[in-house]
Design a binder for this molecule. Structure first.
Ligand code: TXA
Ligand code: MG
Length: 397
């Protein structure tokens, strides 16, 4: 069944054709000018779950198996230092397109190509400008993605129809070994269902992807917990399209001036971001999340009042607190997300905490605000999206 709700233009016809080629595809819908793959009705498969451990020989066999599966056009989820990725052979259009079906991801949202060797850039990017080379030297392998002009070898099915390609060399040793075993070019978005929080544990991947992908490689908890910084190197000065662990300050120290996509400061409806994926509702927990900002005392007081009110109305309510404040709350289910003394702990726990509130069935969630620290921009970018930009100023109550 194909439902077409909008007039199709050239690019959409091309996308439609590519989607139809996908042999597992049973059902697609086209609306809002985009093609949506109906992942729910995709036929179920057995997902192999491979846990890596301390036995090097066994690990090697598992990595080899994952690599073979990717080479044959399969989908394999694996850990990176940021979040778990859902991998497919980036140079095999049909394989890369399976990712869209498994995630229920809109077809105009391009994938990041993961590499394990700097030489690989030359094969997939038309040019490797000096500044990009400098960033690679300073931050690769690591949580930085660079956008460059693509070569013909990279299918449009991987780049969502764009003439640029996003490239990242992760630092997680399992990721690097799997990429090598797969032939060197692995397209991998975060391994969550589109719109859900990114997975930081293999069990999160299993929750979202069981029966939809060939394999999950469990390598334990990831180190960073939010996705890589994306910087567009095809423009001058380079532009940050998604904030992450590598901050603007770190980038500027390496290559001089960089700008930030101004759309990141606006609501998605007000200004379209340059990274197509940044415009979609993301990371959303099932309960209604609200961020309360202001001084520590006022925020705690405001959240306590809101929670009291919710409890009177018999609603299940959660609080995202910090180590410093968790004992100050008087009701509701309180979870510490980490310590303000090191906001990397907050970044690392953010998605897991959102998923835990889903498991509990929280109908309302109140979160403190986390601006200011070195990870503040990246954390607030994700948290604001998760909260659909619902922010309450505690000073104004
Ligand atoms: O840390 C990460 O980057 C993780 C791990 C698995 O490596 N991957 C990840 O992928 O976050 P994903 O697909 O969830 O997010 C990729 C983002 C999307 O917002 C997408 O629109 C943007 O990168 N992107 C990819 N290619 C692009 C391009 N050529 N131009 C602009 N934005 C691009
Ligand atoms: Mg993602």
């Amino acid at each position: 069944m194909i439902i077409i709700r909008k007039k199709l233009h050239g690019l959409f016809i091309w996308q439609l054709w590519n989607c139809c080629k996908h042999r597992n595809l049973i059902d697609i819908e086209v609306y809002d000018g985009k093609i949506h793959l109906n992942s729910e009705r995709r036929s179920k498969m057995d997902t192999v779950f491979l846990k890596t451990g301390t036995d090097e020989k066994e690990n090697k066999e598992r990595i080899e198996r994952a690599g073979q599966c990717l080479k044959q056009g399969g989908l394999v989820a694996f850990p990176t230092e940021t979040v778990y990725g859902l991998g497919a052979d980036a140079l095999n259009e049909a394989a890369a397109e399976k990712i869209y079906a498994a995630k229920g991801r809109p077809s105009d949202n391009p994938l990041i190509v993961h590499i394990a060797d700097i030489e690989a850039v030359k094969k997939i990017a038309m040019e490797f400008p000096e500044k990009a080379q400098k960033l690679a030297k300073d931050f690769w392998p690591g949580p930085l993605t660079m956008i460059l002009k693509k070569t013909d070898i990279v299918p449009l099915g991987t780049t969502g129809g764009l003439e640029t390609v996003a490239i990242r060399m992760p630092s997680h040793s399992l990721a690097l070994q799997i990429i090598k075993a797969a032939g060197g070019y692995v397209a991998a978005p975060s391994a969550n269902t589109s719109g859900r929080p990114s997975p930081t544990l293999a069990k999160h991947v299993l929750e979202d992807m069981n029966g939809r992908i060939d394999m999950i490689v469990d390598g334990g908890e990831v180190g960073i917990g939010i996705e890589s910084t994306i910087v567009d190197m095809s423009v001058e000065p380079p532009m940050i399209l998604r904030p992450g662990y590598i901050t603007e300050e770190m980038l500027e120290k390496s290559i001089g001036e960089v700008t930030t996509d101004p759309a990141l400061l606006f609501l998605p409806e007000e200004k379209a971001p340059k990274a197509p994926g940044m415009k979609y509702k993301h990371y959303a927990p099932k309960g209604e999340l609200k961020i309360v900002e202001g001084s520590k005392e006022l925020v705690v007081e405001a959240i306590n009042n809101f929670v009291l009110n919710e409890l009177e109305n018999k609603r299940k309510v959660g609080i995202i607190a910090t180590d410093e404040t968790m004992n100050l709350y008087k009701g509701g289910i309180v979870k510490s997300i980490g310590s303000r003394k090191d906001d990397r702990t907050i970044a690392k726990n953010l998605y897991a905490v959102l998923r835990e509130f889903d498991e509990i069935g929280a109908e309302s969630i109140y979160s403190e605000s986390f601006e200011g620290g070195s990870m503040g921009q990246a954390i607030m970018n994700r948290l604001l999206k998760a909260a659909a930009h619902r922010v309450i100023d505690a000073e104004q109550i």
